[in-house]
Design a protein around this ligand. Structure first.
Ligand code: SF4
Length: 503
């Protein structure tokens, strides 16, 4: 048998001098980070000095490394604890994102069923709506986001239910709880009329839709994914933007949000997709990959791709978006913005799938048409496909406290606590990262999953690495400035959900 050998050097290590940190090589430097989200770049000699305990008061990097908690000499444990508490304050907040599936009706058969169509009514009943609102308003969170969608369908087919949800929640909240309520409807516009649009605008219900790109890309995707034609989506986006303008609404607050599905057809059209978003006046695009478990084998064979193809597309498209920003065109890439917010501030933007532990069940709850509750939409979809493993109970039958202590929610939290996961526990990206155990279960068969087989791990690593590379590039301050804008709260939290667009 052939014998091989490799030289290994053991660094000089003065562990008693060090604060706790993780490290990796990024942008040709050594990136060190800690649980509070402090980070810095070091040269190789500086890193060797840090490990060897040579970063003392007369060292050029001492003040910064001490302030950030990377050296133990003079470590301000109170300040470090305060930064960690701020970064994790969402853990004490209570569920704030509530995703309500109002109907199983969808466009092709407006009286027909969606995922797992039930024999019962396709629409959420008035009684169930009120039970959900009463339950949601028990949350200790001072702000509540209602995200209203259909079960793979169109919530505006149940406009009476939507109106009742909004008006009942506003009235009860005004009378009793005084929280900041936000309502957002995810519509493909097939159920929209001008009267309904005017009601949405008047009652300050925000609008999200799906836009996959220009007509050829969007309509090609619709052949596999359903949804409405490009012409209708473009017309209604323009309608809302025109009306917001006529009413003098702040354009930074009042824009249609669009989600997109990245199919194989999209991979070759990244710049055209971005140009379409700019042409429609949208302020951000959210690039995200699809996963095989979301589709049957035939559909995935038609629209799927390797993760490496997606990452190449992401990098190419992000570079184009940054180039537009350099030329004065304001458009953000949402995924980079989420990571920029986590890297550049100590506040978490509240995307539950990019938190440790995952906020599924503690930050977000999903309600099916019949009032069953789930920790996330993937869990609801699994139930619709015949596996109710993640069902938590029914709204009105359990308290918020019972939900967040539910064994299923605790299992999800344990499986997504990155400190305890192989690879994550040592990863420089750990303070900024997260994944969904339910997606692990659906794609890999267990809640924990293995990071080398986890698409979210590859995606989050790639996005975070690219953000750090751009921040480290002294020759490209414009990109760093763009990332700072995208990481500001209004951009990074505009949509709380980082999920596949509804049809
Ligand atoms: S999921 Fe991947 S990128 Fe994220 S912390 Fe774990 S190993 Fe690092």
């Amino acid at each position: 048998m052939e014998q091989r050998s490799a030289a290994a050097s053991v660094p000089e290590l003065a562990e008693d001098n060090l604060g706790f940190f993780r490290w990796g090589r990024v942008a040709g430097q050594v990136l060190v980070s800690n649980d509070a989200g402090d980070w810095t770049f070091l040269s190789e000699p500086e890193f060797a000095d840090l490990l060897a305990g040579r970063v003392t008061a007369d060292h050029a990097r001492f003040e910064e490394l001490q302030r950030k908690g990377f050296v133990r000499d003079g470590l301000d444990i109170e300040a470090l604890t305060a930064r960690m508490a701020q970064r994790n304050q969402h853990l004490r907040r209570g569920p704030w994102v509530h995703v309500v599936n109002l109907t199983r009706r969808r466009a092709a058969a407006a009286g027909g069923g969606g995922n797992g169509a039930a024999a019962s009514s396709p629409d959420m009943s008035t009684e169930t709506i009120e039970r959900i609102v009463n339950f949601v308003l028990q949350s200790p969170s001072p702000s509540i986001d209602f995200e209203i969608q259909g079960d793979a369908g169109e919530p505006l087919f149940h406009l009476d239910g939507l109106r009742h949800l909004v008006e009942f929640a506003q009235a009860r909240n005004q009378r009793e709880t005084g929280k900041a309520l936000t309502f957002r409807v995810l519509s493909n516009f097939t159920g929209l009329t001008e009267a309904a649009a005017e009601w949405l605008i008047a009652d300050e219900v925000r609008v999200s839709t799906r836009l996959d790109g220009p007509a050829d890309v969007h309509d090609a995707n619709c052949q596999h994914l359903g949804g409405s034609a490009y012409a209708d989506v473009a017309r209604w986006i323009d309608y809302f933007h025109r009306r917001y303008g006529e009413l003098g609404r702040d354009p930074r607050q009042w824009r249609v949000e669009a989600l997109m599905n990245t199919t194989r057809r999209t991979l070759a059209a990244g710049t055209a997709v971005v140009d379409e978003y700019v042409a429609r006046g949208l302020s951000a695009i959210h690039l995200q990959p699809l996963e095989a478990w979301q589709f049957d084998a035939d559909t995935w064979a038609a629209i799927g791709y390797e993760w490496s193809e997606y990452l190449e597309f992401y990098r190419h498209t992000l570079d184009y978006i940054l180039d537009l920003n350099r030329r004065g065109v304001e458009i953000a890439e949402r995924q980079a913005g989420i990571f920029a917010a986590k890297i550049l501030t100590f506040d978490d933007p509240g995307i539950v799938d990019i938190q440790s532990p995952s906020g599924a069940g503690t930050g977000q709850l999903v309600y099916d048409v019949d009032g069953r509750m789930f920790p996330c939409d993937e869990a609801r979809i699994a139930a619709a496909m015949g596996d109710p493993l993640f069902e938590l109970g029914r709204a009105g039958e359990l308290s918020i406290a019972e939900i967040v202590r539910h064994p299923t929610v605790r299992a999800i939290a344990a499986a997504s606590l990155l400190d305890a996961q192989p690879m994550c526990g040592d990863c420089w990206n750990k303070p900024f990262c997260g994944f969904s155990p339910v997606r692990n279960f659906l794609s890999q068969g267990d809640l924990f999953g293995q990071r080398p087989r986890c698409l979210e791990c590859k995606e989050h690593m790639a996005v975070s690495r690219r953000v750090f590379e751009l921040l480290a590039d002294a020759d490209d301050p414009a990109s760093a400035d763009a990332l700072k804008r995208w990481g500001a709260p209004a951009h990074a939290t505009a949509s709380r959900r980082a999920q596949r667009a509804a049809p």
